[in-house]
Every structure is written in C-alpha cells, then in structure tokens.
Design a protein around this ligand. Structure first.
Ligand SMILES: [Ca+2]
Ligand SMILES: [Ca+2]
Ligand SMILES: [Ca+2]
Length: 387
C-alpha cells in the first residue's frame, strides 16, 4: 500500500514536472463570474429596452476593466479609453429554461457596420454549457492543425477524409457567436459552426437599439438570449442536445469585443474577457460563470415545495421529497388517503384498491422561524391498482 502510494507520488511529480495540464481547466482561475437568476415573473423582454435589467445588481456587471486587448503587442493591452470604447455586459438565466440572457450596452466613438462581410464591430461570445472544454473550430484542433502546417489540416488518419474530420466535432464542445453590433442588412450573427439553427427561434432571439449612422459615435443596446448545447451537430436540431442549466452550475463562457474604427482599415482592438486569444476556438480557454440562485429580495422567506418519485407501482410505493426553500423546522405531509407523516422525506405505501386507478391530492405543510407555508398538488399522484 505504502509502496503504491509512493509510486503514485512519483508519477504525479513527473506529470507536474512535464507541466501536464489539469484534466479540466478554465482561464482566469482567480475569478468566477456570476449569471443573474431572473424570477419567472421578471424575465426580460427582448426589445432592446434595458429597463427590465435594472433589478440586476451591479455586482453582476462586467465592464472594460475585466477585458484585455489580446491583439495588442504582447497580447495584454490594457490601455482602456472610454472615449474609444466603453462596454458593460450582464448575463442572466431563468430556472427551468436552458437559455442565457445577455444585456450588452456599449459606447463607441466609431460604429463600423456598413460592410456586409466580417468587418463589423462585433460582440463575440463562446459558450460551453457542459464544461467539456475542447476545440470548436478547425484551427484549434491540435490533430488537424499544427504550427508546422498552417493553412492546411495535418495529422489526419489517412482513412478519414478532411471534411469528415472537420465537421465531426463542430458544435460538439461549444458554440461561437459573432454578433454584429449593429447588424444592418445582414443576419444578426455569424454562428461559427455548421449548426445555423442555433441563432434562430426557438434557440435564440435578439433586439438592438441605436441611433447613429455608420462611422458615427453613440450608444448601442443589444439584448438577446442563446441556448447552449452539449451537442449541436450539422445535421439539424432533431439530434441536438441542449445543455441543461441548473442552479449553482458552473459553465464555460467568454467574450471579446472586436472594435473596428475605420471602415477602410482592418486595424482593430480585440478586448477579451478570457485574456487568452484562443478562447474563440477552444472551450478550454473560456472563463468560469456560475448560474446563481435568486437574490434574497426575490425569494420568499419560507416556501413549501416538493416532488415525488414512484418507487414501485405494483406495491403502490411513492418516495416524497421536500424541496422547500428557507429555514424549515417541521414538516407535515397529508398523503390524501387519510394518513399523514412528519418525516422530511417520507416513503409512503398507498392502500390497495383493486380495479381502480386512484388520484390523490397530497399537501406538504412546513413551518420555520419565518412562518409557515404549504403546497397542495391536486391529483399529481396516480396509483394504478391491479384488476
Ligand atoms: Ca428588454
Ligand atoms: Ca472605438
Ligand atoms: Ca468601432
């Protein structure tokens, strides 16, 4: 045993010496950004009006101070000038929906959007909803693209065609959105993958407000939501798998603001939240965001909530689970069949009623320092009885 541990230690030390990366890592290890949870009755309307974001505390806002110009000499440009560009971003989510909501508010001294190609002021977002990490475009795939073979895919098993290799992982690890700020006479976003459906309803929606002409200065408000996918393949949405968003989950997310200030010049600044330029093509270079619980002002001090699972329908055995919020000191379950329990998570066997399906109304009553609450579910519990 000691010997095995000792060997393990040697192996770990050797790996550390080789600089082996952690199996799963994100950039900017010192920070976790927050995704605001909107209460279900305060979901933002996608209309380009930021009023419905006023409830999002400033601690959720991410500004220029978090961005570095990773295309500046040395890759860490920090000369921020609010007269050139000033950006504030808030991200939100709603429990029960697999969507990320964004509010993007920006001042630019020169809005560059008259061309119909990729040259445009851009808000570029990459999201990795299941934290898989990994490449999402060809130039980030170490097996397809090496520094020695720039401009051509290399290292492919000769039995695999280049296009098979190229498309096989697109949209698998993460999704990249080049959102044009603003988009006039062109689609609102270039989704850098073959799964174009990710930028349309029911997977995305957007609205922009601005009052300037190309080349002018001014303020822009962009409001949108996107759906992160664990898998968004080329073949269409039928086989796509949405990332399930749950409270306190950590996701990979990052963005860059690409600022062109001259329609005739390709000079640009690349203000990057990840601080690692390659975030655009590799989900392992994103930063961590946490899907936050509701802020206290949107929570009830005590709120009875519960769920149940059928353990064994033949034996009419049901497991009830307390999901109440707030501090609870006592529970009382009314199972709807004349019996009760004061356990927190009881298992209940319903009576045998041959030849009938029975529907029960179950109520959970909870009490705590903040008061009491109860929740009935009418006829949710169905019991099948033998004929
Ligand atoms: Ca709105
Ligand atoms: Ca600018
Ligand atoms: Ca600009």
């Amino acid at each position: 045993m000691i010997r095995r541990r000792w060997l393990c230690g040697i192996v770990l030390a050797a790996l550390a010496a080789l600089g082996a990366p952690a199996a799963l890592a994100l950039e900017r290890q010192d920070v976790i950004f927050k995704v605001f949870q909107f209460p279900p009755d305060k979901i933002p309307t996608i209309d380009g009006n930021a009023d419905d974001w006023a409830i999002v505390p400033d601690s959720y806002a991410i500004g220029m101070d978090q961005l570095e110009d990773t295309e500046a000499p040395g890759g860490h440009g920090t000369h921020r000038d609010p007269k050139d560009l000033d950006v504030k971003v808030k991200v939100g989510w709603v429990k029960g929906l697999n969507r990320l909501y964004f509010l993007y508010q920006a001042y630019d001294n020169y809005w560059d959007f008259s061309r119909l190609d990729l040259h445009n002021d851009i808000f570029e977002v990459v999201v990795d909803g299941d934290l898989s990490g990994g490449p999402l475009i060809d130039i980030s795939h170490r097996d397809l693209w090496t520094p020695e073979a720039v401009g051509a895919m290399a290292n492919i098993d000769p039995r695999i065609s280049k296009s098979e290799a190229f498309f096989s992982y697109q949209g698998v690890h993460a999704q990249n959105y080049h959102i044009f700020t603003p988009a006039v006479g062109k689609d609102w976003v270039m989704a850098w993958e073959c799964a174009n459906y990710v930028k349309e309803l029911p997977y995305a929606n957007h609205a922009t407000r601005f009052n300037f002409k190309p080349g002018e200065s001014g303020t822009l408000v962009l409001e949108f939501w996107i759906t992160p996918f664990d898998y968004a393949g080329c073949e269409g949405p039928q086989r796509a798998v949405e990332s399930v968003l749950t409270e306190n989950k950590l996701i990979g997310l990052s963005w860059a603001v690409i600022d062109y200030d001259d329609v005739n010049s390709n000079k640009r600044k690349f203000w990057n939240l990840s601080h690692k330029q390659t975030f655009f093509g590799n989900a392992s270079d994103l930063v961590a965001f946490r899907l936050m619980p509701l802020e206290p002002q949107f929570r009830k001090p005590i709120d009875a909530l519960w769920s149940f699972k059928v353990l064994d329908m033949e034996r009419r055995s049901i497991a009830f689970h307390d999901d109440s919020q707030g501090e609870v000191s006592s529970w009382r379950w009314d199972f709807g069949d004349g019996t009760q329990s004061i356990e927190q998570n009881p298992i209940h066997q319903y009576p045998l009623t041959p030849g009938r399906e029975k529907n029960y109304t179950v109520v959970l009553y909870v009490k705590g320092p903040a008061g009491e609450s109860h929740l009935a579910k009418v006829w949710d519990v169905h019991i099948k009885n033998p004929d």
